[in-house]
Design a protein. Structure first.
Length: 174
C-alpha cells in the first residue's frame, strides 16, 4: 500500500474528532456504568413460564427496583445536566422538583425535563417500596422515615451549585 501511494502520489489523512462529554450510551459501551451484581445476573437468567412459579411481593418489588435502578443509570446524564442548569432540584420526600430555568422556555427541553422528572421520581419510589418490602422490621408506617433518610442522602450527594430544598421548604444552592 505504501508503494502504491508513493507511485501514484496518493496520501491518506485522518481526522480526529474530540467529544467533550460522554453520553450515557458511551459510558455503557466503555464499561463505566456500575456492573450488575450477582443477584441481578441471576435474576436476568431466570425465565418464568405462565402458570409455573408465582412471584411473591418481595420478588416483584425487587424486580421493579432493579428496573428502576437501570433506568436511573440510563437517565443519569440528563438528570445531572438538568440539575447543573438549575432546571431540577432535590425536593422533599426524596423527589426531584422542576425549577424555573432558561432551558424550559424551549418546548423540546421542557418535554425532556418533564419525562426525566417523572421517570426519576417513579424510580425513587420503586426503590423505597423495595426497601420497605425487603426489611421485615419496616412497615408502611415507616415510609416517611425512609423518605427522610433518602432525602438526606440525595441532598448530601448534590453537587455545588445544584438546588436543594430544606426540611422547612426553603430552596438554596448547595
Amino acid at each position: 500500500m505504501t508503494l502504491a501511494s508513493a507511485a501514484f502520489g496518493c496520501t491518506f489523512t485522518t481526522r480526529t474528532f474530540n467529544i467533550g462529554q460522554k453520553t450515557s450510551l458511551e459510558r455503557q459501551l466503555m464499561g463505566e456504568v456500575e456492573p450488575l451484581t450477582e443477584e441481578e445476573i441471576l435474576l436476568s437468567s431466570v425465565r418464568a413460564q405462565t402458570g409455573s412459579l408465582s412471584m411473591g411481593a418481595l420478588d416483584q418489588a425487587r424486580l421493579r427496583a432493579i428496573a428502576a435502578r437501570r433506568r436511573q443509570l440510563f437517565n443519569r446524564d440528563d438528570v445531572d445536566e438538568l440539575k447543573k442548569d438549575g432546571c431540577l432540584g432535590e425536593g422533599l420526600r426524596a423527589a426531584l422538583v422542576a425549577r424555573p430555568c432558561e432551558r424550559s422556555a424551549n418546548s423540546e427541553a421542557a418535554a425532556l425535563r418533564d419525562r426525566v422528572l417523572g421517570e426519576e421520581n417513579a424510580d425513587r419510589q420503586a426503590i423505597i417500596d423495595w426497601a420497605l418490602a425487603n426489611d421485615p422490621l419496616l412497615t408502611a408506617a415507616d415510609r416517611p422515615q425512609i423518605e427522610a433518610l433518602y432525602t438526606r442522602m440525595l441532598r448530601e450527594a448534590a453537587r455545588p451549585g445544584e438546588w436543594v430544598q430544606s426540611d422547612h421548604g426553603a430552596w438554596s444552592r448547595r
